[in-house]
Design a protein around this ligand. Sequence first.
Ligand SMILES: [Zn+2]
Length: 187
Amino acid sequence: MTEKNSTTIRNSIIVTLSTGAIHALVTYLIPGGWGSVFTVIKAVLMWLGSTSATYNWLLCILIPCSVMLLGWTVMALFANLRSSDNLSSLPKQMTFLGVVFRWTYLKNGHVNSFASFCPMCDFQIYPQPSSTYKALPGGVYFCENCSWQSQPFDCTIPQIENQVLRKIDHCLREHERQQNDDHRKLT
Ligand SMILES: [Zn+2]
């Protein structure tokens, strides 16, 4: 017998034994044997091709898409909550010229608006020019509720408001620096 014939016979035996083993396994593991395997495959194909309100194959596409959409929505919701948490940890108040300033944030973390309050009675107050002549700079924050008066400032009202915004910005940078220092100490 040549070596080629011997290899061919060995391969045939391996194929026959493998086929027999798979057949025996299917017959042993699945009660109905091959018949039930084909029945299941046929049922799946029929289900995919059949219609309920719509084609089932369409449902097979739509259901994973819906699951992905739901997952994306949940992730977006968590991201939004995390962003709200981050915003809630940012400072929202500082004192300047003796006046209490409070502000709010936009969702992107930028300062939205600020307001000034009396440090004695927490009444909302506004800057007022110290002179009736508009050309002359200078003013104070005055509380109409308890007559409290701030330290005077020697610039115009738009200038003092701009200064307050820069002070808020500085306050936020200081806070960020402090957070980074704390984080560095922990790591
Ligand atoms: Zn007051």
